[in-house]
Design a protein. Structure first.
Length: 328
């Protein structure tokens, strides 16, 4: 049960998010958008942007429209832990531990309270900051039991067996983390959306990194897929991929007359905090109240676990889902 003063503080936080000149990871008329990670908006809406310089550099590699390129050219570059202001808010970008300039955002009114820390996802090197409210997005790495992070040994084995593998990921950030942490020394290719943000890809490789919103696609249908790994997939995403795999298996069995089962597994993104890591982060932030948002299938068990760990938690219903970047 939250203390009596907590709901009023919560309303103050929601007012900051809804009525100030700043938007985070979404766009609204007359407001400035802070981008916390590569792929912050499902549709990259042109407008006034603020982001860490590494994130803006990564955006420059993308296939942007002319309006988006103009917004990028006028965007405000920020460095970690340097205070800046937007309207009545004082802000600091802090490293979130994710590639491409991923950032948490510390924000507070110029009057001083409440102090908030907005996060999208957290890597192992995420920097904590003392705050009154932690604005936390539920992640399967810590919200769900029984699902572990993808490990290099799994892909090493599949590569040694000559398997044709598709790894479905929700974002370029996840694609880069899988490539860096699980595919070193293993040939792999990727969807054109991800290619500008990956290194040492091989068009002929049997392992492919693929956006989980690009199912099906003609180029994917041409692959002789024998195994699928779904990384950080929501229930809706997993159902869609499983249906696609079933149709693909049936069509190939009809062509060859032989069974063609596709092995499907689910895993968490490597390089993200687990339960123990999140608790350490929360304690380093001063054990703040948590405003939890995200997919309902993750927020419900996440809320239960966080409350058992001693946190004061309230849910916030997301107005939008933060996934890909280049669905333009």
């Amino acid at each position: 049960m939250l203390p009596r003063s907590m709901p009023a503080d919560r309303e103050a936080v929601l007012r900051i998010l809804a009525r100030e000149r700043l938007c985070i990871d979404r766009a609204a008329p007359g407001r400035t958008t802070f981008l916390s990670h590569l792929g912050a908006m499902t549709k990259l809406v042109p407008g006034p942007w603020i982001a860490h310089r590494d994130l803006l550099l990564a955006l420059a590699l993308a296939n942007l429209t002319p309006d988006q390129r103009r917004s990028l050219a006028q965007a405000v570059l920020v460095d970690y832990d340097r205070e800046f202001g937007v309207g009545r808010l004082l802000l600091r970008a802090l490293p979130s531990g994710l590639p491409f300039g991923g950032a948490s955002l510390a924000l507070r009114p110029r009057g001083g309270e409440p102090r908030c820390l907005y996060t999208w996802a957290l890597g192992g090197d995420a920097l904590a900051d003392p705050c009154d409210w932690l604005l936390l997005r539920a992640q399967p790495e810590w919200a769900l039991d029984g699902r572990s992070a993808l490990e290099p040994a799994v892909l090493e084995t599949l590569h040694a067996l000559g398997s044709d593998v598709v790894i479905f990921v929700p974002s370029a950030v996840a694609a880069r983390q899988v490539a860096d942490l699980c595919l070193k020394g293993i040939p792999y290719t990727a969807h054109p959306r991800f290619l500008p943000h990956l290194e040492h890809t091989d068009n002929d490789a049997k392992i492919a990194l693929w956006p989980d919103d690009a199912v099906p696609s003609p180029s994917l249908a041409r692959r002789k897929v024998s195994a699928v790994i779904i990384v950080d997939g929501t229930e809706t995403t997993a159902r869609t991929i499983r249906r696609w795999a079933a149709v693909l298996s049936d069509s190939r069995e009809a062509e060859t007359g032989k069974p063609n089962d596709i092995e499907i597994t689910e895993a968490c993104c490597p390089g993200r905090v687990d339960k123990a890591g999140l608790l350490r982060f929360w304690e380093a932030c001063g054990r703040p109240a948590i405003l939890l948002r995200g997919d309902p299938a993750w927020t419900s068990p996440g809320q239960t676990w966080l409350r058992l760990a001693g946190a004061e938690v309230e849910l916030q219903v997301d107005e939008s889902t933060q996934l890909g970047l280049f669905e333009l």
